[in-house]
Design a protein around this ligand. Structure first.
Ligand SMILES: [Zn+2]
Length: 297
């Protein structure tokens, strides 16, 4: 988590989960890209459903790159089958052009590995939305991240939060990052609700992908995290004006600071030694930002 803030470069805002008319989204890919660009995003990945019904699309958004706006090629991957007899939902960002279709006997576990081996950033999508079990999530050993917030899940069925699953995975020792995404289909107001802020020296697709895989980013619905630094046992967090800054880890009694317009908080990490902790910033409207975890000796 700390090298997100000490790394050179600046933060780039991006949405890693979006659908277009190449699968079940309302808008054509160029329209999706244009709307994000005009909303001030620096990048997007249009992640259509990689399913036979849509011809296994790896939506080519390269023509819609523009000055100050780039795209990563990605898809939402599906394969049989979780213990609830559901298709897997896995996000793969940074897939190479021509990524082969899912094999007839390929499982979600194998598909996730194949995406990672092809160079992609792999995330477990919306675990709450489809009632994914922890025992299933633990089998995806190729995952880099978990969706801790999925905006369409929140808007359309009150199942946007992936934090219960995420913390359970961290407490099992899985070193996963946390992403917030839209997963917009544009038939409901399911856009511009969750994003990642990626630290990189430039906004080229390669630099962004490398930073994603290295965990150099935080997730947000609105608040900004400006700095996190550890000096001895003291973790200091600087952020945009907040109501509450929280440090959570694998304990029940976590630490927080309250205050109107709080821009700075500091915590002892002593009780999280030998485990992990992560920072949460909550603003006056209840919107949150989540740092990636800090793993402590
Ligand atoms: Zn989706």
């Amino acid at each position: 988590m700390l090298d997100t803030f000490s790394a050179p470069g600046r933060f780039w805002r991006g949405n890693l989960h979006a659908h277009s008319s190449q699968s079940d989204g309302l808008l054509a890919p160029d329209d999706v890209c244009t709307r994000y660009r005009l909303a001030g995003y620096d990048f997007i990945s249009v992640t259509d459903h990689f399913l036979p019904a849509y011809g296994y699309p790896l939506t080519d958004t390269r023509p819609y790159r523009a000055k100050g706006f780039t795209t990563l090629l990605g898809a939402e991957m599906h394969a049989p089958r979780t213990s609830r007899d559901e298709q897997w939902h896995l996000l793969a960002i940074g897939l190479p052009e021509g990524f082969p279709a899912t094999g007839p006997a390929e499982t979600g576990i194998e598909l996730a590995r194949r995406c990672k081996e092809a160079g992609a950033f792999v995330a477990i999508a919306h675990p709450h939305w489809y009632q994914l079990r922890l025992e299933d999530a633990l089998t995806i050993d190729a995952a880099h991240a978990v969706e801790v917030y999925n905006h369409t899940g929140a808007i359309n069925c009150d199942r946007g939060d992936g934090l219960v699953m995420y913390d359970a995975l961290l407490s099992e020792g899985r070193r996963l990052s946390a992403i917030a995404v839209d997963d917009g289909h544009w038939m409901t107001p399911d856009f511009f609700g969750g994003w990642v802020m990626v630290k990189a020296e430039a906004d080229g697709p390669e630099q962004l992908l490398e930073a994603l895989k290295a965990g150099r980013f935080y997730a947000s619905q609105g608040p900004e995290i400006h700095d996190v630094r550890l000096t001895g046992d003291t973790l200091e967090i600087s952020c945009s004006p907040a109501e509450t800054v929280i440090l959570v880890g694998p304990v029940s009694m976590n630490s927080r600071e309250h205050g109107r317009g709080l821009r700075h908080a500091s915590f002892s990490v002593e009780k999280y030694r030998g485990a992990w902790c992560r920072a949460v910033v909550v603003d006056a409207t209840g919107k949150r930002a989540w740092s990636n975890p800090l793993w402590l000796e």
